[in-house]
Design a binder for this molecule. Structure first.
Ligand SMILES: NC(=O)c1ccc[n+]([C@@H]2O[C@H](COP(=O)([O-])OP(=O)(O)OC[C@H]3O[C@@H](n4cnc5c(N)ncnc54)[C@H](OP(=O)(O)O)[C@@H]3O)[C@@H](O)[C@H]2O)c1
Length: 262
């Protein structure tokens, strides 16, 4: 089965690297017009150039510098995306970073920062793109979360709480969107090779090279390896496409069997 997104427009947040980049690339290769968002202009432009170099007929890739934690920037960026690309048929709420510590160490400020980045950004962006999806009677929203959303371990605040809220948001929106063919799903990520993992390796210091660190971490997972960002891009592509036409309200583990919860 070949998946095509020809004629569709997608917006992917946190797309200058990692899972977001792999998702934007998969969408572009499937023929979509893709808006990619991140805060740092340099890596974002480079990501757009790399994808554009793949030269797919009819596909487009456009970078938009935006901090999705900031409501004003979200509003302005959405307006620029609409002016440039016309609509957003597919929204991928992906931008995020890990934030896990013992409960007593999480300040009010840290709670708010995590909620702004990983929950309110998705709420605000979805609110902006939803009316046009309703009018078109076609839409896809994909929320990239974490396995902790279903199975929060100790010392995982604030992120596990924010992610559980993201899963509830996914279900609420799936119910509201279903009559109008707007499908909303979540991907629950385990351990996927990305800059986030590079930062984790760096913060732990140690003797191991990054490659050794990833191999060792992978060996502790049921599949014996960490996931690749492209594997996340492939799932996002399926969920974004007509091939997933009867799939909504799901939170799919993307974790090589790590989660103890289905
Ligand atoms: N990799 C994993 O194993 C793993 C595990 C669980 C969950 N996740 C989740 O999966 C998502 C992608 O993770 P990743 O590993 O691909 O991360 P990554 O490699 O660190 O990439 C994060 C991307 O998000 C952008 N970003 C960060 N904060 C942003 C903000 N405020 N506004 C706009 N863009 C922002 C970054 O660019 P700038 O810094 O330039 O903004 C970058 O493009 C995240 O939500 C993460 O929490 C990943």
């Amino acid at each position: 089965m070949e998946i095509s997104l020809t004629g569709r427009t997608a917006l992917v947040t946190g797309a200058s690297m990692g899972l977001g980049y792999a998702t934007a690339k998969a969408f572009y290769l499937a023929g979509a017009r893709v808006a990619i968002l991140a805060r740092r202009e340099g890596p974002l432009e480079e990501a757009a150039e790399n994808i554009r170099a793949l030269s797919i007929d009819g596909a487009q890739i456009k970078p938009f510098v935006c901090d999705v934690s900031n409501p004003e920037q979200i509003g302005e960026t959405h307006d620029r995306v609409i002016a440039d690309l016309g609509s957003v048929d597919i929204l991928v709420n992906n931008a995020g970073q890990s934030a896990a510590m013992p409960f007593l160490e999480v300040s009010d400020e840290a709670w708010q920062t995590d909620l702004d980045l990983k929950l309110f950004a998705a709420i605000r962006l979805t609110r902006l793109v939803w009316p046009k999806m309703l009018a078109n009677r076609w839409g896809r929203v994909i929320n990239v979360l974490n396995t902790a959303a279903k199975a929060p371990p100790p010392n995982s605040a604030p992120t596990s709480v924010t992610r559980a809220a993201g899963m509830a948001l996914t279900k609420v929106l799936a119910g509201e969107g279903a009559p109008d063919n707007i499908l909303v799903n979540a991907m629950l990520i385990g351990f996927i090779k990305s800059d986030q993992i590079r930062r984790m390796h760096e913060s732990r210091g140690g003797e191991q090279s990054l490659e050794e660190f990833m191999v060792a971490a992978g060996e502790r997972l049921p599949m014996g390896r960490m996931g690749e960002a492209e594997e996340c891009g492939a799932l996002a592509l399926f969920l974004a496409s007509d091939a997933a036409s009867y799939v909504t309200g799901c939170a799919i583990n993307m974790d090589g069997g790590l989660s103890k919860v289905v």
